[in-house]
Design a binder for this molecule. Structure first.
Ligand code: GRF
Length: 218
């Protein structure tokens, strides 16, 4: 089967982008990262992708003022031009309108640095520590119009240590993000994930590819 053509949308450093690119280098990986789009020209991931010969573009949201849809229409044009099958949000820091989300229904996924539905939104590690949770983690989910609310495809947990700070916890969570994001993209690209009653169901789960709980990723 032809590999799915994937665009990764970023706003910053791009470590999840790098993990996806690395995974997609495996010959049997069902997707290829063909395009990286950022709303910020200074996003580190843009330079990283161009060094690897991947097409990149910047659509600066600031040019569009408050008109979110105009910004998204330009992104949509870029994505269509490159015949993208699947969009991965990886640290993309713009809220998306129902119009754009609808264009990519079932074909757009996001990584969130918490065990959803806990800790939606920003500053997840600070809030996890303040809440005193003993287990934290990461989630990859389909994108729906409500923020951080779509069907969950994969999750991984990390233990919270007594002396964790938001930064040390973020570093632990980031390690498992880099494991579950390529895993989730593989499952979606293979067509193994369907959404039934708002929940993602994964066909033919094998132990090697199941959504994971990773007690210690090191
Ligand atoms: C990650 O923690 C991701 O979960 C969140 O933003 C961060 C992006 O990091 N949405 P990077 O740009 O992939 O390194």
């Amino acid at each position: 089967m032809a590999k799915k053509r994937v665009a990764v949308l970023i706003s910053g450093r791009g470590s999840n982008l790098a993990a996806l690119i690395a995974a997609a280098e495996a010959p049997d990986y069902p997707a290829e990262i063909v395009f990286v789009l950022s709303n910020r020209s200074d996003a580190g991931g843009i330079a990283f992708a161009s060094q690897r010969g991947i097409a990149t573009a910047v659509v600066d949201h600031a040019r569009f003022g408050k008109d979110r849809e105009a910004f998204e229409r330009e992104m949509q044009t870029e994505l269509e031009r490159r015949q993208i099958d699947i969009v991965c949000l990886a640290g993309f820091m713009r809220l998306l309108t129902p119009w754009f989300v609808g264009r990519w229904d079932g074909r757009m996924i996001n990584v969130h640095p918490a065990l959803l539905p806990a800790f939606k939104g920003l500053d997840t590690h600070e809030r996890a520590l303040a809440a005193g949770v003993k287990i934290h983690g990461a989630t990859v989910h389909f994108v729906v119009p409500d923020m951080d609310a779509g069907p969950i495809i994969a999750q991984a947990a990390v233990p919270v240590a007594e002396d964790d700070t938001p930064d040390t916890l973020a570093a632990q969570v980031l390690k498992v993000e880099h494991i579950i994001y390529p895993l989730a993209l593989r499952l979606v690209a293979e067509g193994r994930v369907t959404v039934v009653d708002g929940r993602a169901r994964i066909a033919g789960r094998a132990s090697s590819t199941s959504p994971l709980v990773v007690p210690e990723a090191g």
